[in-house]
Design a protein around this ligand. Structure first.
Ligand SMILES: C=C(O[C@@H]1C=C(C(=O)O)C=C[C@H]1O)C(=O)O
Length: 368
């Protein structure tokens, strides 16, 4: 099958239609795209993060582990870097020799009323003092236009968000996910590791990142800093972290501190993931109680949204990102996800708007 240059990214729609396990991604600040492709039928799945110790591949982990949403490890049978090499391989391969079939369906959006009900429960629990922070999220569902292309949307995201981790991945176990995350969960090579404490959101168009942060946003990020520090200490890891600085993700600004630390034995990375995930950036504080509260009261299953994904020990490197600013791609519709940290001092309308802005990040890359 031949593709014209400007629509060559539609190749990836064919891989999805054939339900091949693959991940296409572009690291923050890099130009080259990378492809991890599994040639065997079965991805490996796990029901505990520590099972990731000593493993290699592209990981897709959920917010909450369950039988329906296991940790999926796409096997790195073929690992290719660079557009030229990747498309050359795909033109010659037998992976893409069928026609794509695309369907249509009614659209359905999560209502403000539904969000407001959740918000009231979350906010009351915060004001009662049961939690310092809770992250409330929601979905936004749209019908899939006949022309929609996951591959071309990935390409749009690469062009629009040079500083984000852009991903399009598929496996029979996880389904298809596309997104542009601003947040590292862990990243490491040769014993040197980093993690982000990222939180706080403001809409901005200031290219110089001149943002004035209020106390609510500063506190929200401080909670993540303290959590990261504490969790790393539990693993006997000494770390240093930078002062919060403003970073951009599309039209949004966030506060970020980068933690750096050293690990001699990276084969135990699964144990560290167990300590760090899910952080108060996507869950809340205290962690266990906040996690249970969200499962009980948020009113839907986040699946792989606010989980993490990325490559684990491929070519001795690990780069795992939080699954944010993302959508799950179905045959008939697209389900987008967004959330935000709620504190006792939060206000309903500004929290709702924050989720609207975050949805805009991903809506604006949809190619139809
Ligand atoms: C939960 C999301 O983002 C997280 C929450 C943020 C916040 O509450 O300010 C900011 C960045 C992310 O850590 C999301 O994008 O859905």
């Amino acid at each position: 099958m031949e593709f014209r240059e400007h629509i060559k990214y539609r190749f990836f729609d064919l891989l999805i239609d054939k339900n091949i396990s693959f991940s296409l991604y572009r690291l923050p600040g890099e130009r080259e795209i990378c492809l991890v492709l599994q040639t065997s039928d079965q991805s490996e799945t796990f029901d505990s993060l520590s099972d990731l110790n000593n493993r290699k591949g592209f990981v897709i982990a959920p917010f909450q582990l369950s039988r329906e949403t296991p940790i999926v490890l796409i096997q790195p049978d073929i690992v290719l870097t660079g557009e030229g090499i990747i498309f050359d391989f795909l033109y010659k391969s037998s992976f893409t020799n069928t026609q794509s079939s695309i369907f249509y369906k009614e659209s359905k959006a999560t209502t403000f009323d539904h969000y407001q009900k959740g918000y009231t429960k979350f906010h009351e629990a915060l004001v009662d003092g049961a939690f310092k922070k809770l992250v409330l999220s929601r979905t936004f569902e749209i019908s899939r236009n006949e022309q929609f292309s996951a591959g071309l949307s990935f390409q749009n995201a690469c062009n629009k968000y040079p500083d984000n981790f852009i991903f399009l991945c598929n496996s029979p176990e996880s389904g298809t996910w596309l997104g542009c995350s601003p947040e590292i969960l862990v990243s490491g090579q040769n014993g040197n590791w980093t993690t982000d404490a990222l939180a706080g959101t403001k809409k901005t168009s200031d290219i110089n990142n001149n943002v004035i942060w209020d106390n609510k946003n500063r506190l929200e990020q401080q909670i993540v800093i303290e959590y990261m520090q504490e969790q790393l200490l539990k693993a006997d890891i000494k770390s240093t972290y930078s002062e919060p600085k403003t970073i951009r993700s599309g039209n949004l600004a966030h506060l970020k501190s980068e933690f750096t630390f050293h690990i001699d034995d990276s084969s135990k990375i699964g144990n560290l993931l167990n300590l760090l995930h899910p952080s108060p950036a996507v869950c809340g504080f205290p962690k266990k109680e906040a996690f249970d509260f969200i499962i009980e009261n948020e009113g839907y299953d986040r699946k792989y949204y606010s989980g993490f994904l990325g490559y684990l020990d491929v070519d001795n490197k690990t780069d795992l990102f939080v699954n944010l600013r993302c959508m799950q791609i179905f045959k008939d519709n697209l389900r987008l996800f967004a959330g935000g940290g709620i504190l006792p001092s939060s206000e309903l309308i500004s929290e709702w708007k924050e989720t609207e802005y975050k949805l805009q990040t991903i809506l604006s890359i949809i190619n139809e």
